[in-house]
Design a protein around this ligand. Structure first.
Ligand SMILES: [Zn+2]
Length: 401
């Protein structure tokens, strides 16, 4: 069944220039350390093809992940007909042969995004139970991450209850990317502990107090965002989907770049569209990336402390002017840097706080309903029409789900 779906999927995306029988489809891992330029060279495709892409798209070529699987279709004589190489979670490089030569484009990956609900009574530990009943490892680790600063996980006992509402992207029956937890609750020792994701993408407790305390610092002393992070966004003028897997900060050439947290330098050098770039490995599976530098100050293997100068702002690689392209990766996947870097010190106040309280009350009613329903875990969207009260539907709509 799965292979049939895969086959249909391949048929739907490959515009086959020859008959299927004459070609071979490979689903293989991207070789470690291989850059896209060398990949093109392997198949005798001119490197200048990259210049046909938009500038911001060229930057994405540096985002091909080692050991990630991609598709290629090869003719019996060894000619590359097409390849589909994933970039980030939602986009892919599409390289294909036409009568006029090779073409290169960046196109969206087809996926489904649903809102899910999970609810369970703890038998072993929240982590094990989420993996066992919901069958989503990343949900288990995200649940621990968002709650770890407000709940003592060691004190959790058999019979304690937890509930989560989250979004998950799915492709060919498999979750892709991280689940996006909207609200999570654990009831332990007779007390309910909540986390709520606000519109600023950060997590707060019931009183509007920010929950994740171990933030990274800013990579520049003065921050001016010129382009923000997106897995994909529709460009209304170019009429197509684009991705930007980091945050761009405008700054003068030579402005010092600072390590956002302590860690080890795992890359220091030139990397395609990113130009001179440094990557730092931090605790808990985080990696930070600083691209387009004019000058790099630290070598691979060195250890740095939070706030150390690692290099200087420049415009190397594919860049229109001096700026810092700053990326954060969690377990190898690009995430929005705003989620983990401390850009401002103040919490919620004024109208922002009132909006939060409003959202929070709606979220809490949803959680109460979930616990009352006592259904183990399900897709909210799919049951919406059948069994959800009109009142609950309007709650969801008001939250923008
Ligand atoms: Zn950028």
């Amino acid at each position: 069944m799965r292979s049939l779906r895969l086959f249909l999927y391949l048929l739907s995306i490959f515009i086959v220039p020859l008959s299927i029988n004459a070609a071979k489809v490979n689903h293989v891992k991207w070789e470690e350390g291989l850059d896209f330029e060398s990949y093109l060279e392997c198949y005798g495709v001119p490197e200048t093809l990259i210049d046909t892409l938009d500038r911001d798209d060229v930057e994405l070529i540096s985002e091909i992940v080692d050991n990630r699987k991609y598709y290629e279709m090869i003719a019996t004589n060894g000619t590359l007909l097409q390849s589909l190489i994933p970039i980030g979670e939602e986009m892919q490089l599409h390289l294909f042969m036409t009568p006029k030569g090779y073409k290169l484009e960046i196109i969206p990956i087809a996926y489904k995004n649903d809102t899910y609900i999970a609810q369970l009574s703890v038998k072993n530990s929240p982590n094990l139970d989420i993996i066992k009943t919901v069958k989503n490892r990343r949900l288990a680790s995200e649940f621990s991450r968002v709650l770890k600063d407000s709940v003592n996980f060691r004190g959790i006992q058999r019979g304690d209850k937890l509930a989560i509402v989250y979004d998950q992207k799915m492709r060919l029956g498999q979750p892709i990317g991280m689940p996006d937890i909207k609200v999570a609750m654990i009831e332990t020792a007779g007390e309910e502990h909540y986390v709520f994701k606000h519109t600023d993408q950060r997590y707060y407790d019931e009183d509007g107090k920010e929950l994740i305390k171990r933030y990274m610092r800013k990579p520049l002393n003065h921050i001016r965002i010129t382009s923000s992070f997106t897995h994909r966004r529709y460009h209304p003028i170019q009429k197509r989907w684009k991705a930007h897997l980091g945050t761009d900060f405008g700054a003068k050439r030579g402005t010092p770049i600072l390590a956002v947290a302590k860690g080890k330098i795992i890359f220091s050098g030139w990397k395609g569209g990113y130009g001179k770039v440094i990557k730092i490995k931090h605790d808990d599976g985080y990696v930070s990336l600083y691209a387009h530098q004019s000058r790099i100050k630290v070598k691979k293997g060195a250890f740095v402390s939070k706030g150390d100068i690692i290099g200087f702002v420049g415009s190397t690689g594919r860049s229109t002017g001096p700026h810092l392209h700053f990326g954060i990766y969690k377990n190898g996947r690009a995430i929005n840097p705003m989620r983990v870097v401390k850009f401002k010190t103040e919490g919620l106040w004024g109208s922002g706080k009132r909006a939060f309280i409003n959202r929070k009350d709606i979220y809490k009613r949803i959680i109460t309903q979930i616990i009352d329903d006592n259904r183990p875990s399900y897709i909210w969207n799919s049951i919406e029409e059948r069994s959800v009260s009109p009142k609950m539907k309007s709650y969801y709509r008001s939250l923008g789900w």
